[in-house]
Write a protein that binds this ligand. Structure first.
Ligand SMILES: Nc1nc2c(c(=O)[nH]1)N[C@H]1C(S)=C(S)[C@@H](COP(=O)(O)OP(=O)(O)OC[C@H]3O[C@@H](n4cnc5c(N)ncnc54)[C@H](O)[C@@H]3O)O[C@H]1N2
Ligand code: MOO
Ligand SMILES: [Mg+2]
Length: 429
């Protein structure tokens, strides 16, 4: 008699997986040019104020504001220009009352000066080899200054460890002189494809066979999640070979993913492999579609994800279950896919007892996000994945969904994630 599997709610399945998540405390130093998209393994602190000195934000003249006190159209004030400095240079001499310094954007303010007059607001002339500038209004103390520390004061905690390094973070690293930065080590994720029907990308089609698309897809998903993939190859639907190769590979990686062979078919060998390994099965049936057969097991220190062979189910299984584990290991406090609301663009009138993760395309119309199914909407679809920006989450239950309904979406391909997006989806079965 066929084993009967009892589906558990998605939120419960994610919770079970997350209990097996561990933080990695190991880090490595990478050169700043390799830091983009890595994860900070230490808090990023401001080592000095930014800017590190008072400076001018305009091309102009640095003056003593008091010298301009009585300046007006009728009573212009003329100051002697004693030096010209560009950004990177400093004024070589003290600036006396009645004197000004011609100064360019970004240059350090001479310490005696306390206001900047933009070039456009001054008249200039030369007399007896001396340069002069004339102003016709008062420029109060502090006028047009960019103050030391106005952007960041020394010691500020800027970015917490566990945050993905984006181009803005790279700018900060450079600002504070981090030639090398401490980042989390990428977990290694092993991948096996199972199925005697599978050909490799370069193979010609043969009757009954298909090309193995899941592996290439997973390698890209793993890279997108920030981990390191190790492809172990294809396994035929033959028990001894599956068992021995999976056992051998599992000790070499942090996480082992297989695709295919997890359902109840005659050649679905993963349940038997887990059994013989004596692995601890967390679940093997989830009330979700696609991906209902996703199986997760722990074996020694390795987490084993038995993702479905069906491409869409495999894709969803990875993003919902594997991604948060990878992110957590790399210290993220928001490891799950980001959640938002969008307006559904199509009817899903038939009720479904399982929570659906419809692959969707996002569009921005006016002030609203709209989510439309991205194509052929079956578990075995491959064509809709390329245009998938989001999963449209339709909780299972007794009702269908109508075009115009406000629904939850989980956003793919964003650097930011969510803490726990499943709470409000508690109506999911
Ligand atoms: N009697 C039942 N049959 C099935 C059930 C069920 O509950 N009872 N579940 C169905 C569901 S839901 C899914 S999802 C699939 C899951 O199948 P498996 O994970 O066991 O995967 P396979 O049987 O190996 O393959 C399924 C399908 O996917 C294709 N495939 C496999 N690997 C790849 C790959 N690397 N690249 C592209 N395509 C791949 C394979 O050729 C099959 O067409 O089971 C249902 N059946
Ligand atoms: O696991 Mo299947 O993908 O539910 O359709
Ligand atoms: Mg099968």
């Amino acid at each position: 008699m066929l084993e009967k599997r009892t589906p558990i709610p998605v939120s419960q399945a994610v919770e079970k997986v997350m209990k097996a998540a561990t933080h990695s405390h190991s880090s490595e130093q990478v050169h700043i040019t390799k830091a983009y998209r890595r994860i900070l393994a230490e808090d990023l602190l401001a080592k000095h104020p930014v800017p590190p000195f008072d400076r001018t934000p305009y091309d102009g003249f640095a003056i003593h504001s008091d010298d301009s006190q009585n300046a007006s159209r009728e009573n212009p004030v003329t100051l002697r220009v004693i030096e010209t400095i560009g950004a990177g240079s400093v004024c070589e001499q003290p600036v006396q009352r009645g004197e000004a310094v011609r100064i360019m954007t970004g240059a350090m303010l001479p310490p005696e000066c306390d206001a900047i007059v933009m070039l456009e607001l001054a008249d200039t002339f030369t007399e007896a080899d001396e340069d002069y500038m004339t102003i016709k209004r008062h420029f109060p103390s502090g006028h047009n200054l960019s103050y030391k520390g106005e952007d960041v004061s020394e010691g500020t905690m800027l970015i917490e460890k566990g945050t993905i390094i984006n181009p803005g973070t790279v700018a900060l690293l450079a600002t504070f002189g981090y030639e090398y930065v401490s980042v989390t080590i990428k977990p290694t994720i092993g991948v096996f494809a199972t199925g005697s029907e599978l050909l490799e990308v370069e193979d010609e089609l043969e009757p009954g066979k298909i090309r193995n698309s899941n592996t290439q897809m997973l390698l890209a998903q793993i890279e997108r999640a920030g981990a390191e993939a190790v492809y172990f190859g294809k396994l035929p639907d033959e028990f001894e070979s599956c068992y021995s190769q999976i056992k051998e590979a599992a000790v070499k990686v942090d996480i082992l993913i297989t695709t295919g062979g997890v359902s109840v078919g005659d050649f679905d060998l993963l349940p038997e492999v887990y059994d013989k390994l004596n692995a601890d099965i967390l679940f093997n049936k989830i009330a979700m579609r696609p991906g209902s057969v996703t199986t997760v097991a722990t074996w020694n220190d390795t987490l084993m994800f038995g993702l479905s062979g069906n491409p869409s189910a495999c894709y969803v299984g990875f993003e919902v279950f594997v991604r948060p584990i990878i992110k957590t290991r790399m210290l993220s406090s928001t490891p799950h896919l980001s959640k938002a609301k969008a307006i559904l663009s199509e009817d899903f009138s038939k009720a479904n007892p399982f929570t659906r993760f419809v692959r969707g395309t996002l569009s921005y119309q006016g002030h609203h996000l709209h989510a439309a199914p991205s194509g052929f909407n079956k578990s075995n679809a491959v064509s809709s994945l390329a245009k998938t920006d989001v999963f449209i989450v339709l909780p299972g239950g007794t009702r269908g969904y109508t075009k115009g309904d406000l629904v939850d979406i989980l956003i793919l391909d964003t650097e930011e994630g969510s803490e726990w997006p499943w709470e409000s989806l508690s109506s999911s079965k």
